[in-house]
Write a protein that binds this ligand. Sequence first.
Ligand code: HEM
Length: 459
Amino acid sequence: MRIPGPEHQEDGGRSAVAAAGGLHQYQLRLHAAYGPVVRFQLPGADTAVSVADPVLLEATAHLDKRPEELFAFLDPLCEAGNLQVLPADEHTPWRRLLLSVLAGRPSHERHFARFAELAREVADRWATGQAGQPAPAGPAGPAGRAGSANGQPIELQKELTALSLRMICGFAFGGADADTDADRLVVAFEDVLTEHLGRLYQVPRPDPRSAERAEEALAYLRATVDRVVAAHRSDGRTDRSDLIGALVEAGESPARIRDTVMVTLLAAHHTTGVAVSWTLHLLGRHPDAADRVAAELDEVLGDRAAPDYGDLRRLTYLDMVLKESMRLFPPGPYGARETTEHLALGPYEIPAGTTVFYPFWAVHLNPEHWPEPERFDPERFAPQEVAKRHRLAYVPFGIGPRSCEGAALATVEAQLVLAVLLKRLRFQPAPGHEVTPVERFVLWARDGIRMTVQLRELT
Ligand code: HEM
């Protein structure tokens, strides 16, 4: 049976995507018009099959190959082969190694105090009205209160992305992160992605120096990683709880270490930063949920400013809110695989070599599995509700053997940052600022997410 979908388009589907107002809207329309399995074109894949139904996704969950063309924009970050498209026999041991560091409780616990310190620095700055300023040397203390709640909006996305990058730098680099300039790293990643995603989607770059900037940015990124790897080697440190230490100890080649660090920093910081930003955005628009989070934090933390690692599992409502936010705004909105052999997908037959497209965002809005899908309702993640749903109805970290190795670490980071910020501050939408989601490599807000903060004591 032929998979339904729109007519073939000479421009590879670009104008159809643009006319729909972006890939997500296009995807939603296609699935509404043709059903859960749709054949369509997108830049980099002339025939892709999009699957927006959890039950049918299950039939693809074993696929262990990514389509090279769709991920070619990451080639420049990698010297020893694009890690996103490593063949399965090379990918499996690499994944195991990453999981041993990123998913392990001991390494989360070891880095937790530093993460909490970084989160508290941000809360202190915001509480004292110094958003956008460099982190102060120490906690602000009560004297800083005078400048708080000054009504100046904070650009959450930018600030929280930088915070995530600082955290992952600490995690990746161990003790050698002191000299890294997180803001400059964020800009460098932006420059590389803007240029290479722009090439993929044939989007004109506003800056005529975009290609040159991307080259310079890449050189800067590589030099930074090299410096830290060299520091590690000269230390003779073999600490498996930080990424570089684990890679050095596992005997990985210098080029592979460099690639892995680059890709991990990239995969980690935008995603976690926007996850927290979207959550604060939604809480700002749902004061009842914000009140409930605050009450839970007061109960679990008492008068402490930050949770301990062990407290996180007691912050159950906060976790439900985070999950609901990642359902509505999944930081990684898409994924893709390639079939290596014939695949039966419901009533359809898919030949080897087909691109299977994962519209995670559309899966999260599938009305068959999510009643009133656009409504923010953290109760959807109460255990009894979760038990009723198909496991692949909620896939913010992807599916199967290529799913996100950083899922556990990202969850710890996001819960911690939210707990620290929401214990102290109340967030409200900045008047007149419109928040518009746009999908790039991550689900981003086009003009940022600006919110005002108030000290909770003052609300
Ligand atoms: C809220 C935060 C995050 C979200 C929502 C997220 C989401 C995702 C998604 C959707 C994928 C693609 C999965 C697929 O194709 O099935 C992915 C891949 C990946 N993520 Fe994350 N991620 C997050 C944070 C992190 C962090 C903190 C790290 C590392 C410290 C990380 C490392 C990776 C890596 C290495 C891959 C490539 C997986 C592979 O090819 O084996 N991510 N992530």
